[in-house]
Design a protein around this ligand. Structure first.
Ligand code: HEM
Ligand SMILES: Nc1nc2c(c(=O)[nH]1)N[C@H]1C(S)=C(S)[C@@H](COP(=O)(O)O)O[C@H]1N2
Ligand SMILES: [Mo]
Length: 417
């Protein structure tokens, strides 16, 4: 019994020669794929770093140096993620005629391979779309973003590994061929030492498709092969230049597509969660404010008492998980000094509690290496001025090499865990 008709349906995309662009070569698919794989690898590794910051494990302690570490890794995460968008679009354009090959399924193995590509494409589109929507601070979904994004990243990495294994021969052949970009095809492809690999003797511009036009047309889109890759490179450059200024301050003025400008906000710093959104009342941060510190014993401090303690000053960045970052000069009391006041033992983890009524970042934890670092402070000032209420007045955590979400604002309690 024949499940799949022998002849393709008489619809245009299935017809022989339906796709005429000679820009869709295996070599282009390979080169774009390599760029995409590099971007995704950087995303995955920097994403894992962010994950282990927020879900620490004892066998992988995050160092407290360099102070700008998270700024770099998360800036790279979002920059490479955004650069992956034009790369993915180019890759899909190059290979999408394969959707219409006939017969659609040749064997069980072929069906599995096509299914894995379907999963890869769906997961990539989902990841890049939700990631981009998330950094614009629009959260139009009910699933937990971070957990979903984390799980999907493993689906993507797994599907890419399968894809690379299946396509390894094609990739090797496409790479071995001389840069097939020669517009005229004047030089014989076999200039390369073909060795004992017969595939290397084929046309270096082998097309991606079986039902693609095999006419040796010049590019029908008016673009040369080199021009096609160059256009993609320009698109990646444009996306990067118009967004990376959200974390690379010299390029801030170019950051027209970035959701945040790092110097716009009270005291020249952006704000993520506002005091109003966090339900911070004037009373709670007024004369009745106390910081409670609980170790071997407990103590309460008024703001005046905190201000009277020895202050340390450091240049530290706020590096938001959503990709923007900005540096400022913070002063305050080292956390370890506060713990000494309540005879806390050395090497403890500290729970930080905010005046905020509810919210995912009301309570955070400082692992011991951060507690011990003298640069981890209960900050009372920015650039010499008392903190703006939006930046956590009267006191907030500032620690080196930490995600912004863990730089807790409106701190009311420190508890040894
Ligand atoms: C446009 C592309 C992307 C954007 C804008 C983006 C954005 C983000 C953001 C905002 C976070 C922090 C989430 C949070 O802690 O609240 C994050 C974390 C993460 N991202 Fe992405 N991402 C993108 C693409 C990717 C890709 C392609 C991968 C991997 C294949 C990836 C893997 C991860 C991982 C593993 C985390 C850590 C999740 C966790 O903390 O559990 N991301 N990403
Ligand atoms: N209590 C509390 N602190 C918080 C948050 C929060 O939601 N609640 N948001 C964090 C996030 S996500 C970031 S990026 C930084 C931003 O600090 P800023 O608003 O002073 O720039 O504050 C952090 N501190
Ligand atoms: Mo953030």
């Amino acid at each position: 019994m024949r499940l799949i008709p022998e002849k393709p349906p008489p619809l245009l995309p299935f017809r022989q020669g339906a796709f005429t662009s000679s820009l869709r070569t295996k070599r282009a698919a390979t080169l774009i794929g390599i760029a995409l794989a590099i971007a995704v690898t950087i995303c995955f590794l920097t994403g894992l770093f962010s994950h282990f910051q927020q879900h620490p494990v004892s066998w992988l302690p995050i160092p407290t140096i360099p102070t700008w570490g998270y700024r770099l890794t998360q800036g790279l995460h979002v920059a490479t993620g955004l650069a992956a968008i034009p790369l993915l679009l180019m890759k899909l354009w190059t290979v999408y005629p394969n959707l219409f090959v006939w017969p659609p399924i040749k064997s069980v193995l072929n069906a599995l391979e096509r299914a894995s590509i379907f999963i890869l494409v769906a997961a990539m589109i989902f990841q890049l779309a939700t990631g981009t929507i998330n950094i614009t601070q629009w959260y139009p979904w009910s699933f937990p973003f971070t957990q979903t994004h984390y799980a999907v990243s493993f689906v993507i990495v797994g599907a890419i590994l399968i894809h690379l294994a299946v396509k390894a021969p094609d990739i090797m052949a496409a790479l071995r061929k001389r840069s097939g970009a020669s517009e005229t095809d004047a030089e014989p492809a076999a200039q390369v030492d073909a060795g004992d690999d017969p595939s290397a003797k084929q046309d270096d511009r082998e097309l991606v498709l079986t039902n693609q036009s095999t006419e040796p047309t010049a590019s029908t889109s008016g673009l040369t092969r080199r021009g096609f890759l160059l256009t993609g490179g320009l698109a990646v450059g444009a996306v990067t230049l118009t967004t990376v200024g959200q974390t690379l301050s010299p390029l801030e003025r170019l950051a027209v597509l970035a959701p945040r400008r790092p110097s716009i906000g009270p005291q020249g710093l952006p704000v993520n969660r506002t005091a109003k959104a966090a339900g911070i009342t004037a009373a709670a941060i007024g004369a009745q404010y106390r910081l409670s510190v609980a170790g071997a014993r407990s103590a309460q401090f008024t703001l005046e008492q905190l201000q009277a303690m020895p202050q340390s000053t450091f240049e530290l960045p706020i590096a938001c998980v959503e990709g923007w970052s900005a540096s400022a000069l913070w002063s305050g009391v080292p956390i370890r000094d506060l713990l000494d006041q309540v005879q806390a033992p050395p090497d403890v983890t500290v729970r930080v509690v905010s005046l905020e009524k509810e919210g995912n970042y009301r309570v955070t934890e400082l692992p011991s290496q951060f507690v011990n670092d003298p640069k981890t402070i209960l900050a009372l000032t920015i650039g010499g001025e008392a903190l703006d209420i939006e930046h956590g007045y009267p006191a907030r955590i500032m620690a080196p090499n930490r995600p912004g979400v863990l730089q807790t604002k409106w701190v009311s309690g420190l508890e040894v865990v």
